[in-house]
Design a protein around this ligand. Structure first.
Ligand code: ATP
Length: 340
């Protein structure tokens, strides 16, 4: 197992609004290793982007954040207070920091149409104190590493590039400061199927070739199945389940994960019918947030503490009935396979 690059403990984010508080992330903990892809999967509004923004220290002013995140850089340095580092210090180290970088959802559309790719690299480099000559050398290397031809791409304007090429340019730009962690937020959304495949292949290659840990944020379970090593399933800010992808997908210990798998026929062979999505709210702040949609729910779930339980080595579920559910699922799957 390669070394830990990022360790997040008990991350909570609450957005304060004039009328009420939105508890967007609740007690989230996870570890990311070098050369590892962690998929963070969940429906819209589950808190995926909030986790990313918290780690980048880019949350809006109405966000209140608690918890710890430690970053272990390849140069041997360690930052223990990523979440609370004072603004001034943050500004100072951001200049050449780049230890965590992010490619935002839809970022390829934010390339400036009036600038060539070369200008984008030079601007990014200069903002971090790298001179033009060095920037161009780095840019050429990075473009090659995302499988683009530097000579042609550097002189192109965004409109001269396909969606897939623009996404590769964004990934190359995010690698400019040689980050230890890269966050990719919905990197394949809005791309056609073939281009999606190529980008996923690239992400897989980057994981092997570069000394980084990759956080891949998506609502698409099949993307995670394709490339990730580990998966963290998020629902209304809570970690419902976490473990290696193969184990979680083949033996889900959370009814919510099971529902997600069922909604992706290409992945799910399970046959348990769950209530349709739609009712999402429990009004109180206690118990399992999935209670209203869960076919296994009973009165104890209303008091569940949502702490993660290790159901098998390295595989955690917050469902208090995890073992019971797994037995029922395994029984029904076997029964359906015998009928076929
Ligand atoms: N600035 C804000 N003020 C108040 N609430 C917010 C703010 N930003 C996000 N939220 C709320 O926080 C919750 C989590 O949002 P977040 O964007 O992190 O979810 P997500 O899983 O990334 O969703 P999506 O897949 O749609 O991007 C949602 O209920 C959202 O409405």
């Amino acid at each position: 197992m390669s070394s830990t690059v990022l360790s997040v403990k008990n991350l909570n984010v609450t957005y304060k609004t004039a009328t009420f508080d939105v508890e967007a992330v609740k007690n989230v903990s996870f570890e990311l290793h070098r050369h590892e892809i962690l998929g963070i999967v969940g429906e819209s509004g589950s808190g995926k982007s909030t986790i990313a923004l918290a780690l980048m220290r880019l949350l809006p002013n109405n966000a209140v954040i608690t918890g710890e995140a430690s970053l272990y850089s390849r140069d041997g340095s360690r930052i223990d207070n990523v979440l609370t580092l004072p603004e001034e210090e943050l500004r100072r180290i951001r200049y050449r920091w780049g230890k965590i970088s992010i490619v935002f959802q839809g970022a390829m559309n934010s390339l400036n149409p009036l600038l060539t790719v070369k200008d984008h690299f030079i601007d990014t480099a200069q903002a971090h104190g790298i001179d033009k000559e060095e920037a161009l050398k780095i840019a050429a290397d990075l473009l090659r590493s995302v499988r683009l031809e530097p000579a042609r791409v550097l002189r192109s304007y965004p409109h001269q590039l396909s969606g897939g090429m623009k996404q590769r340019v964004m990934i190359a730009l995010a690698l400019m400061l040689n980050p230890d962690v890269i966050i990719l937020d919905e990197p394949t959304t809005a791309l056609d199927t073939l281009t999606q495949r190529q980008i996923l292949e690239l992400i897989r290659d980057l994981r092997k070739e570069r000394d980084v840990g990759i956080m891949l944020i998506t609502h698409d379970l099949s993307v995670v199945a394709d490339v990730a090593d580990k998966v963290l399933v998020l629902y209304r800010g809570y970690v419902m389940e976490i473990g290696d992808v193969y184990t979680v997908y083949s033996r889900p210990y959370s009814p919510y994960t099971l529902m997600l798998i069922n909604s992706f026929p290409a992945i799910g062979k399970r046959i348990i019918k769950l209530k349709p999505a739609g009712i999402t709210a429990t009004t109180n702040n206690r118990g399992c947030p999935f209670i209203n949609r869960c076919p296994f729910a009973s009165i104890e779930c209303a008091d569940a503490d949502m702490n993660l339980i290790e159901v098998e080595p390295g595989h955690f579920s917050s469902c208090i009935k995890a073992n019971l559910i797994q037995q029922q699922v395994a029984g029904k799957v076997m029964a359906s396979e015998q009928q076929q």
